[in-house]
Design a protein around this ligand. Structure first.
Ligand code: ADP
Length: 423
């Protein structure tokens, strides 16, 4: 239905445009013929030997040669009730030639109207003894504003219709291509969304399945710890195992919240005031072992603000910094340094974590937060990873109302900056 109306509208629009341009054409030709040039004509066959008639005929023929679609150009006059030809663009030997003064008995209503009212008229398609035409008629007026003649030009109606349908077909094909293009973009987007949905469904299922045995382990260890006949060493080890299980449960819960719901159903009502500085300190504590293994130093810049409170959840904030720090350690050489700078800017708190590691190739930076993406330089290397950590980190940052950005120079190092709204 919509296609039908669009087609009808286009047809009308192109048709009207075409007729308007015919009007303009007749007006231009009329402007080229001064009314005074007609005063020496007698409007009879005697004009054939008049130089003015000759000049007018040559002019019409010359103008005709400019327009491929125009078949005739002619001047028509009226005296008393007789409508007659003054001059036309045909050679005298043409079967379509009208000698000067020849009555135009079959003059259309348009011709009569243009002659009597002195207005520009376009009419068609009309049939006469010469064919089937669209005609455009424009008055030639003297200095008193009286119409002394009209200029007429005829174009073959079939030519006009062919032009109309060709233009319409081109427009229709272009519109169709545009619709196909838009639909294909829409489909690609839907496919991408579907893939992301599948990814997060899979991850949430996996993390859900992980949580149950971990919770069972924690519960069993707690029971074991309650028995009195444990050696000190065994109790210490059990406690450490229990702490690790608790961390894994927290991690699995976060993954579950992040992916299963994209935080849509996670509520912000549990948010409490959390101090960024202490969160960073405890994240540093959590990566201590990995950092020591590679003899890496983590330095909190002394310029860092010590008190910056935001709305968050302690373990979620810790998870953000632990993820960034773990990556910084993972992708940095032994004995390098990681610097942390916490700043307050206007109504924001920013935490920048800079390493001296392998960096990220410029073309990869925009993908690292999209989930399951590993930059080329690390994917081919020996360092293992899933490409999921930063996706989750970004989700948590956004859930807390913040944003995360990454600046990196390949071979030199990477800086992640996290911004949180300050309260
Ligand atoms: P992964 O488990 O692969 O580390 P992440 O989601 O944590 O997954 O990170 C995604 C990718 O971003 C990494 O595979 C790596 O290519 C790049 N990346 C993240 N942090 C750093 C960093 N500090 N230095 C260099 N590359 C990094």
């Amino acid at each position: 239905m919509c296609g039908f109306y669009t087609g009808a509208f286009l047809y009308r629009y192109i048709h009207q445009n075409e007729l308007q341009s015919l009007k303009e054409r007749a007006k231009t030709i009329a402007a080229l013929i001064p009314a005074s040039s007609l005063s020496s004509l007698s409007f009879s066959e005697e004009d054939i030997s008049n130089l003015v008639y000759d000049n007018l005929k040559s002019k019409l023929k010359e103008i005709l040669s400019f327009y491929d679609d125009t078949r005739f150009i002619y001047l028509i006059g009226k005296q008393q009730d007789k409508i007659f030809f003054i001059v036309d663009s045909e050679n005298p030997d043409s079967p379509d030639y009208s000698p000067p003064g020849q009555e135009y008995a079959e003059a259309s209503d348009g011709v009569k109207y243009a002659l009597s009212k002195g207005e520009v008229v376009v009419e068609g398609p009309v049939a006469d003894r010469w064919g089937y035409w669209y005609s455009s008629l424009a008055p030639i007026k003297n200095i008193n504003g009286q119409t002394v003649a009209i200029v007429g030009l005829d174009i073959d109606a079939r030519f006009h219709t062919t032009y109309l349908y060709t233009t319409l077909t081109l427009v229709a094909v272009a519109t169709l291509l545009l619709i196909i293009f838009i639909l294909s973009i829409y489909k690609n987007r839907r496919d991408e969304e579907k893939l992301l949905e599948l990814k997060s469904e899979f991850i949430s299922l996996a993390s859900h399945e992980l949580r149950s045995p971990l919770t069972f382990m924690r519960w069993k260890i707690s029971n074991l710890l309650e028995s009195s006949d444990l050696s000190k060493e065994l109790a210490k080890s059990l406690l450490e195992i229990k702490e690790s299980a608790v961390k894994l449960i927290t991690m699995a819960t976060s993954i579950l919240e992040t992916t299963a719901t994209d935080f849509k159903i996670a509520t912000r009502k549990n948010l409490v005031e959390v101090d960024i500085f202490s969160s960073v300190q405890s994240a540093i504590g959590l990566v201590e072992d990995r950092k020591n293994e590679k003899e890496i130093s983590i330095i909190v810049d002394p310029l860092s603000v010590k008190e910056a409170v935001i709305l968050g959840e302690g373990d979620k904030l810790e998870l953000i910094f632990t993820n960034i720090l773990s990556n910084a350690i993972k992708y940095s050489p032994n004995k390098s340094t990681i610097e942390i700078l916490i700043l307050k800017e206007k109504n924001k708190v920013s935490v920048a974590i800079r390493d001296q590691g392998v960096g990220i190739p410029p073309g990869d930076i925009k993908y690292i937060f999209s989930g399951f993406y590993r930059a080329k330089n690390v994917a081919r290397g020996g360092v293992r990873g899933s490409g999921f950590g930063l996706y989750m980190t970004k989700k948590i940052v956004e859930f807390l109302g913040g944003m995360i950005e990454c600046k990196s120079t390949e071979g030199k190092g990477t800086t992640f900056i996290v911004y949180f709204p300050q309260i």
